[in-house]
Every structure is written in structure tokens, then in C-alpha cells.
Write a protein of this length. Sequence first.
Length: 210
Amino acid sequence: EAGVFFLAQTALLGRDTQGHALRCELAAKTLQPRTSRKFSCVDEGGFNLIEILIVAGLVLVLVVFGSKFFRNKTAYVIKSETRKLSGLIQQTYNMAIATNQTRRLVINFDQASQDQHGTHWVEARSDPQSKFNKVDRFSKFTLPKEVKFKDVYFPSLEKKIETDQAFIHFFSQGQAEPAILHVEDVQKAIYSIKIHPLTGRATIHAGYEQ
């Protein structure tokens, strides 16, 4: 009988705001004595604690995996760029011998814009009295935004260059200027590219070496 009375009353009250409040009050008085469960009049449009915890957990998972993906991508980029630089150094050494020219790798530390973290190119000259000119095939390379040149260290001079431009020379007689090129990514990871003077070979080492 109490249930029939409740349904009749709720039908009369309608769907308006006042009717909702009266229905809640009537349901609490009618149904609560017949059950041990409490009747709640909380607006069903909100979130309960379990739903909030689930959303927070999902956000945490996305942040963790996103951070890991970013670190992996950055590590891949700096390794890829150091391999490219190593190949360019060896090729410059070989071309200096093949063309009987003195060549030099120019490392530009000038960051003209936020998206340009340093450029590099190859120049050549035929004799000591002439000027260096850019080699068309190697006229300009730009590092990606995740990587930048940190400095170039010259062991024979005990000198480090980290501003303006640094020049690493390769001679036609088959010698290279000993130098260590340091590259750094946005995660502050550093790789060293060491140029061997007698072979022109460039070896890559993780960390800062001099």
C-alpha cells in the first residue's frame, strides 16, 4: 500500500524542481522504514569519489607514458644526429684527400631563433692564400629543436669554444685537427664526438669527454 501511495503522489508532483524536492522527502519517509539502505537526494549529475579516483588514475597513466615516450624520442634524436655528424666528419676528411683541398667543418653556435639550435656546414679552399668557400653539397645543415651544440674542445690548444663559430680543419695530406664536439639534448644528455687526427675517424661516446 505504501508503494502505491508513493507512485500516486510522485505522478501528481511532476518533473519540476519543487516536485523533485517533495519526491525526495516523500521517498525518504515512505521507503526508509522498509529497508536498511538510506535514500539519497544528491543530484545525480555530480561525480562520486570512485569516479574521481578512476579519472585521476587515467590521467596519471597518460602522464607517465607520455613522459616516457618523450624521453625515448629525445634519446633517439640525439643518437641519430651524432651518427649523422660522425658520418659527415669522416666524409669531409676523405674529400679533403680526394680533392687535394683543405676543408673545414664550421660549427655555428648562433641561435638566430628559438627553432634553430645551431647550424653547421663544410667549407673548402685549394691553397693557403685563398679564402674558404662553402661546398654546395654541404652548404648548410640545421639541428632539430631537441638537440643543440654545447661546445667544441680542442685538446692540443686546451681551448673550448661555445659561442659564435668553431672551425675543425681537415688537410689534404690526410690529417685532421684533433677536436671533440659535444652535443646536448633538451634532457641535458650529452654525447661527445671525438675526431682522431690520423684517420679522421669520429667516434661517439655517451657523456662529456675532453
